[in-house]
Design a binder for this molecule. Structure first.
Ligand SMILES: Cc1cc2nc3c(=O)[nH]c(=O)nc-3n(C[C@H](O)[C@H](O)[C@H](O)COP(=O)(O)OP(=O)(O)OC[C@H]3O[C@@H](n4cnc5c(N)ncnc54)[C@H](O)[C@@H]3O)c2cc1C
Length: 372
């Protein structure tokens, strides 16, 4: 079956990979170059972690995601993942980490709780709040995002999959199963998968409130020399404070230390994102000040601006209209599902899974993949 894919980020590339593996013909259009460094998927790292607050659907999906990544590494002949584990901090009953613990219990998934001393033994660079306990999982870690994207592009080209860069789709016609490109050309297929990231609402303006384009900034950091060795062995860190959603990607596998802060995001047109402001990366990093020893000795290396589409409840947005299958509103948490999402989009586009099941699963409302 011939399937057109709109968008060459992690979702589109993984879908092309899954289609090619199951003997289908994929034709992918990317408006920018390939890889597209201006999309949401091209950064040194993205985190994968089991704790998912009170959302058992996405927590269980992460277990499936890890299996799908393993299938991808086996297929590509190289792994782009460092299983360094994850740490979240709880300071109040019912907060993010505490709810995540209850969800892990509900699903029977392993974790350890760490007291204050154990947190500081695991992460000696940390100054954890006195009342904090840690939710520690040995499963989870760092996905080397840009290496995955590069590797998929090489693999798809080797397989003969057609990847058309600099090819913006400006119209989608469900009745004809056709897309129109900016140069006026039309292409038809039996199915069309739309995974256009922050640009989704440009193709489907009716989704403007459900897949809201945002601008986010991450800060690349150099830790002080005395903490470099412990950072190099650190788990990924999420939800460290109640007031702000901050996370850290440790410098695993030759990457650099990165800090992010959920609250820093702002709505923004992905074609006209404001450039980085002076000191903006330092502002993002400053959210870590209460938690790190010797914070003043950390050096900001640079900031990076990134577009992504956020849905109001951060559940992924899916739509189906005739041959069109759309996924958007991937918010700050789709990368970890890249491989498994590609597999499920490929199955749904080719009729092996029905859209209703796919939607429930993608919205995080199933605890396991629907048996096929
Ligand atoms: C700062 C930041 C940190 C994050 N951290 C994590 C994390 O730790 N873990 C995690 O799981 N997720 C994380 N995410 C979320 C994750 O990165 C995104 O959800 C994911 O990369 C989205 O992938 P995508 O393929 O949907 O979008 P993109 O990678 O943006 O790809 C969409 C592509 O579609 C192309 N396109 C759009 N419109 C058209 C068109 N009309 N014609 C042709 N091409 C088109 C675009 O050019 C783009 O290349 C983070 C996001 C950000 C911004």
């Amino acid at each position: 079956m011939k399937v057109i894919i709109i968008g060459g980020g992690i979702v589109g590339l993984s879908t092309a990979w899954a289609l090619a593996r199951s003997g289908h013909e994929a034709l992918l259009f990317e408006q920018g170059p390939l890889p597209h460094e201006g999309g949401a998927s091209y950064d040194q790292h993205r985190l994968i972690r089991l704790p998912y607050s009170d959302q058992p659907g996405y927590c269980a999906m992460t277990v499936d995601a890890l299996k799908a990544w393993q299938r991808m590494w086996d297929d590509l002949g190289e792994s782009h993942y460092a299983e360094v584990g994850s740490l979240a901090l709880s300071t109040e009953e019912g907060d993010w980490a505490d709810q995540s613990r209850q969800t892990l219990d509900h699903l029977g998934l392993d974790y350890e709780t760490l007291d204050h001393k154990q947190i500081e033994a695991l992460c000696p660079f940390m100054k954890a709040p006195a009342q904090a306990w840690g939710l520690y999982n040995t499963t989870g870690g760092v996905l080397f995002a840009s290496r995955i994207v590069d590797s998929l592009i090489r693999d798809l080209r080797r397989r003969g999959v057609t990847l058309r860069d600099e090819s913006r789709v400006v119209g989608v016609d469900p009745a004809a199963g056709a897309v129109t490109l900016a140069n006026g050309r039309r292409e038809t297929a039996e199915a069309i998968v739309v995974c256009a990231g922050a640009w989704t609402a440009k193709l489907f303006p009716e989704l403007a409130r459900r897949a809201v384009p945002h601008r986010q900034v991450v800060a690349y950091m150099e830790p002080p020399e005395r903490h470099a060795a412990s950072w190099a062995k650190a788990p990924v860190m999420v939800h460290l404070l109640n007031e702000v959603d901050i996370y850290a990607a440790p410098p695993a596998g030759g990457t650099e230390l990165k800090f992010g802060c959920g609250q820093h995001r702002r709505p923004g047109d992905p074609d006209r994102l404001d450039p980085l402001r002076p000191n903006e990366a330092a502002e993002v990093a400053s959210a870590f000040a209460p938690l790190l020893r010797d914070f003043d000795d950390y050096k900001v290396l640079r900031g990076q601006v990134c577009p992504y589409a956020v849905s109001p409840d951060e559940r992924f947005v899916t739509e189906n209209n005739g041959p069109i299958l759309m996924i958007g509103g991937c918010s700050g948490h789709m990368f970890k599902f890249g491989a498994v999402m590609g597999e499920q989009l490929a199955r749904t586009a080719t009729g092996a899974t029905n859209f209703k099941s796919f939607r429930l699963w993608a919205e995080g409302r199933h605890q396991t993949l629907t048996p096929e």
